[in-house]
Ligand binder design. Structure first.
Ligand code: FMN
Length: 405
C-alpha cells in the first residue's frame, strides 16, 4: 500500500475517467446574475472567466433552477423553455481554461422559495412554511405526476448543461432544497414509494442520477451535494446521510460533496475556524469514507492551508471545497497552489442570530457582483446596505421578470 500523502496540487482521476487538475473545488455560490429570461448576463460570463483563471480544479456554478416558478432567488439561471442555448455555450466556454472542469449545480427549492416569487410552494408533503422573516408560505404536497415531471426537468437540465459544453453537473440534495426535503423525515411524510424508508426517500435522487447517466453517457461528470446533517430535530441525521451514501455507492457518480444545514439552521455558513481548528463537517468525513468509495469533497470553514492539507492527508477526503474565500478572491486557489497563501480571507458577518445565514449570503453576493464588474472585493462594505440590496433587487426582479409566472 502506498503511504504517499495527498497534496493540494495532486490531480484526481474521477470514476468516469476524467481528471481534476488539483484538489480544490469552488463550491456553488448563487450568483444572482441572470437576465429577465433567466439566461446568463455578460457579468456572469465574465465572472466565470475570472474563476477559471484562478486555477481551481473544479468550479461548481451557483444553483441553476429547473422550474421558472420555483426559484431560490429572482435572478437565478433556469434551464428550460426560455433558455438561450448560445448564451449557455458562451457561459460554459468562459469557464474553460487549462483543464479546469466546470459543473452546473442543478436544483429545485421545494418549500424554500420566498412568497414574493411563489406563494404556493411545493414539497414532498404538506408542511408548514420555512420559519424565516415570515417570507415563506406553507407548502403543498407534490402529486406523483408532478414528481415525475420534476424528475424529467432535472434530467433535461443535465442534458442542457452537457450540450452547452460544461463538463458535469451536481444535483443539489443539501441545504434543505427539494431533493434534500425528500431525504429528510421532517419534510417527507409520504406513505407511497417516495417516502418512509431511506430507499424510498432517496428514490427521487437515485432515479435522477440513473436516468441522467443514461442520457449523458459515461464520460460526463455527475456529482451530488448532500448534508452530513440538517441540524434539525427530527430531520436528516448523520445516520441517514451514511445510509444514503451506502445506497449511492452503487450508482454511477463521480463526486459527493458534503455540507450541512438548511435555511432553518444555517450550519454551512457558521463561523470561521482558526488555525489548528477543524473545518466544518470534517469529523463526519471518516464515517463517510467508510460508507462509500466515491470521491468525496467537503466544504465549509476551510481558512488555513494546514487544515486543508491535514484533511487531504487523512485520506478520507479527496477534494477541498471553498466558497466564501473564492468570493473574496477568485485567485485564491492559484495562490494556495503556488505556496503564496497560508490563510484565506473570508470575514464573518456581524448580524443578529436570526439573520446570520442571510447576512453572509447578502454580503458575499455583493463581493461576487464586484468581481463580475471587474472590481476587487471590498472588505469594508456595511452589512445593512447589502441586506437592503439583497431584498429589494429580489422583489423588483420578481415583479419584472419576463417569463410566465
Ligand atoms: C453568496 C453565497 C451563495 C451560496 N449559494 C449556494 C448555492 O447556490 N448552492 C449551494 O449548494 N451552496 C451555496 N452556498 C453555500 C456554499 O456552497 C458553501 O457550502 C458555504 O459557503 C460554506 O463554505 P465556505 O465556508 O467555504 O464559504 C452559498 C454560499 C454563499 C456565501
Amino acid at each position: 500500500m502506498s503511504t504517499q500523502k495527498t497534496k493540494l496540487n495532486d490531480t484526481l482521476v474521477l470514476p468516469n475517467g476524467s481528471t481534476l487538475i488539483n484538489r480544490i473545488g469552488k463550491s456553488a455560490m448563487s450568483e444572482s446574475l441572470a437576465d429577465h429570461y433567466h439566461n446568463p448576463t455578460r457579468e456572469l460570463i465574465y465572472l466565470y472567466e475570472k474563476f477559471a483563471q484562478g486555477q481551481t480544479g473544479l468550479l461548481i456554478t451557483g444553483n441553476v433552477m429547473v422550474d421558472y416558478k420555483s426559484l431560490e432567488r429572482a435572478r437565478n439561471i433556469v434551464f428550460g423553455e426560455y433558455s438561450n442555448h448560445e448564451k449557455l455555450k458562451e457561459w460554459a466556454q468562459s469557464s474553460q481554461q487549462d483543464g479546469v472542469q466546470t459543473w452546473v449545480q442543478i436544483s429545485h427549492p421545494g418549500r424554500q422559495v420566498a412568497k414574493h416569487i411563489n406563494n404556493k410552494p411545493v414539497a414532498p408533503s404538506d408542511i408548514a412554511a420555512v420559519q424565516k422573516l415570515k417570507a415563506f408560505a406553507n407548502a403543498r404536497a407534490l402529486t406523483t405526476e408532478e414528481i415525475a415531471n420534476i424528475k424529467h426537468k432535472f434530467i433535461e437540465a443535465a442534458l442542457t448543461a452537457r450540450n452547452a459544453g460544461f463538463q458535469g453537473v451536481q444535483f443539489h440534495a443539501a441545504h434543505g432544497y427539494l431533493l434534500g426535503q425528500f431525504l429528510s423525515p421532517a419534510n417527507n411524510l409520504r406513505t407511497d414509494e417516495w417516502g418512509g424508508s431511506i430507499e424510498n426517500r432517496a428514490r427521487l435522487l437515485i432515479e435522477i442520477i440513473r436516468a441522467t447517466r443514461e442520457k449523458v453517457g459515461p464520460t460526463f461528470s455527475i456529482g451530488i451535494k448532500i448534508n452530513s446533517s440538517d441540524f434539525r430535530r427530527g430531520g436528516f441525521t448523520e445516520e441517514h446521510s451514511l445510509e444514503t451514501m451506502i445506497l449511492l455507492d452503487k450508482e454511477s457518480l463521480d463526486l459527493i460533496e458534503i455540507s450541512g444545514g438548511t435555511y432553518e439552521s444555517s450550519a454551512m455558513l457558521e463561523g470561521n475556524p482558526k488555525a489548528g481548528e477543524k473545518a466544518f463537517f470534517v469529523s463526519f468525513a471518516e464515517r463517510a469514507r467508510q460508507a462509500t468509495k466515491i470521491p468525496l469533497m467537503i466544504t465549509g470553514g476551510f481558512r488555513h492551508r494546514e487544515q486543508m492539507e491535514k484533511t487531504l492527508e487523512s485520506g478520507n477526503i479527496d477534494v477541498i471545497g471553498l466558497g466564501r474565500p473564492v468570493a473574496c478572491d477568485p485567485f485564491v486557489s492559484k495562490k494556495l497552489l503556488n505556496g503564496e497563501l497560508q490563510e484565506l480571507k473570508a470575514p464573518k458577518i456581524k448580524v443578529s442570530k436570526g439573520l446570520r445565514g442571510l447576512g453572509e449570503a447578502a454580503w458575499y453576493t455583493q463581493q461576487l457582483y464586484r468581481h463580475s464588474k471587474g472590481q476587487e472585493a471590498k472588505e469594508n462594505i456595511a452589512i445593512l446596505p447589502c441586506l437592503f440590496k439583497h431584498f429589494t433587487s429580489d422583489f423588483i426582479r420578481a415583479k419584472t421578470r419576463k417569463v410566465k409566472k
